[in-house]
Design a protein around this ligand. Sequence first.
Ligand SMILES: [Zn+2]
Length: 415
Amino acid sequence: MENLVLKNATFFDSIQGKMVPGKDITIEGTKITNISNSDSTDLNDTNKEIDLSEKFIFPGFIDCHVHLESSSEVDWAKELMRKKQGAEYYVAYNNSLRHLRTGFTTLRDCGGADWGSPLKHSINNGTLVGPNLYVAQKPISQWGNQEFFGPRYLAKFVEEGRVLAGKNGVIEAVRDRKTKGSDFIKTMTSGGVLHGQESQLERTLWKSEELEEMVTEAHRLGMKVASHAHSTNGIQHAVDAGVDSVEHGSIVSEDSLEEMKTKGIFLVPTQTSKFNDKPELMKQLPPEIQQKTNLVDNAMIEHHKVAVQKNVKIACGTDAGVPGNPHGTSHLEIISYVKDLGMNEIRALQSATSIASELIGNKLIGSIKEGNLADLVILEKNPLNNISVLSDMSNYHAVVKSGMIVVKKGRLFLN
Ligand SMILES: [Zn+2]
């Protein structure tokens, strides 16, 4: 197989936080094998050259919070009525390609059924072309809350994630996820916004000893723990137990943020899950859910601004797939960090590259380095000068996944 040489490249060094001009990047198979000054690369017949003068190369973007089995229909019941049992694989794969098309070469699926591990392996062994997947599969639910009698979709979700009470029940559940191929554990330490009118945000059902045991057992087995938490007490509960990431973190207190900094806990903001900038969709929600949604949406912006000021580690995550939050629009999350939260462009792009790879725990993604996977986004315009260019699809010149050019000028090529 011929090597690919990206000539005259200007790339984003996500670790140092700066653009590096005048380099040739050699790709052999799935990896970057050489980065050298443009005038010093040995060219031979086995190399295929692509001149990238005046283009801007970024590490493939990472979304740390998606739900690939759902497709963002506001009326989730409608989506479920159309879905055939067993179809989750195809729905999830198709949704993963929407992300790949827009430069997201790695996705962390934060809870679904057990299609995640087989789909991930099918991509890893080359049966399918798709983004790198990290999957939680069935979450470990707060069994005992009233959500079981809430919306149908949620009852299914909660029932599937049921565990027995007490430390042993939690240990058993973590080992069950490990056996079934989950990469990390997803749990909840607060109620949810779209989880129905009965779901109280402040409700956190785990006893501290149960949650601490979950984290200990997961870490012992090499798995991280991501906790969904909106309410102040739910977030603090997760932080006390030493989870690896707080998902949503809408009403996070300054004390929790300080402790997150000390313990190295990541915030995954899911800003694009907000409805208050989507009035047409908001109208489709029941009034009591609109009220809860408004409260959380406003809190999310204010509290996450503080997280940015305090320099808490923020990893890009969208909640794509939940109602009103379509797959393939994750670049809006990066833009919102700059426009809504006051982050600078460098840090916003690091949140979707080097910082996200740190949360996932894979140093071979999220940065352009010799030895790393050749996952790249090649852009016409530099988002460090104007972050909004990320929402212009004509700006996406190409996407490279594991050394293969999978997108050219917005079109997918999967062979
Ligand atoms: Zn989620």
